[in-house]
Design a protein around this ligand. Sequence first.
Ligand SMILES: Cc1cc2nc3c(=O)[nH]c(=O)nc-3n(C[C@H](O)[C@H](O)[C@H](O)COP(=O)(O)O)c2cc1C
Length: 310
Amino acid sequence: MKDEKLGVKLPWSGGELILRNPIIAASGTFGYGMEFMPYGDLSLLGGFAAKGLSLRPMPGNPMPRITETVGGMLNSIGLQNCGAESFIRDILPLLPTTKTQVIANIYAHNPQDFAELAGLLSAAPGLAALEVNISCPNVAAGGLLFGQDPRAAAGVTEAVKKRAGSLPVIVKLTPNVTDITEIAKACADGGADVLSCINTLSGMAVDARSRKPRLAKIIGGLSGAAIKPVALRCVWQTARAVRIPVIGIGGINTAEDILEFILAGAWAVQIGTANFAAPDRIFSLPGELASLMDEWGIESCATLRGTLED
Ligand SMILES: Cc1cc2nc3c(=O)[nH]c(=O)nc-3n(C[C@H](O)[C@H](O)[C@H](O)COP(=O)(O)O)c2cc1C
């Protein structure tokens, strides 16, 4: 489908990450990919990021861990997953890795574990990239998120990059910082090939009738349409601060949303919470994007990128 119009090539130190279109499913909202096969053909997508993987299986947080909010949702899933080894052994061989770009999303609580994950996954056949979730607590820093401290963010990036082999390293930024460009530059200096932003915004919801928080862990991550303006701001600032490609994430649900992020400087986008509202939605987005680009006379994603008139 109109690959010349929608196709994007993200340059990185080892080559190009080639996407048939700029639409990627976001980690944690698309299972391991297989769960969405009944809803559409995965090869229609530019790629998908599998659920965040840790070294060992994780049960996640106690329930309730999801609640709806105005224009979005809050989650405190706690990164429940099957562990990297089981993913490599039992799931990866079943995924259509030659037809779409499969991205492994990883998280850990110290740089050594991040590096070990990168080593394990880069040796497994079929993956197109690693995405590093730095929105997790750095145990050595008393729980401050890696992504909130430029030195820790750069340290994790370097550790992953050393073990990533032939895979490009995408570092995923948190919006829960004062100045996202400071973290973005630190990650780029640490060797990141691509940056993705944003992860969820820290938030909470209260049930006034029961006088209880709506999530068992009280605080969770806000996602969905409500965060789109924050995500656009972060992408715009990040794209101007670094020379590596940026992938935009946050509240994207329509072809017009995608064009807004590309105008702000994104090379590609990820679709997250929209997958929960309508699991087949993402599969119609490439066609809708191509039609809208035709209607508006936009030749290609590359010609539009970063052309916001300010
Ligand atoms: C239920 C849920 C689970 C998520 N799990 C992960 C994860 O494992 N790793 C990660 O990097 N981001 C995770 N995210 C963040 C999303 O990938 C995305 O960055 C965020 O939701 C913003 O995009 P959206 O507004 O389109 O959902 C999760 C989000 C949700 C809603």
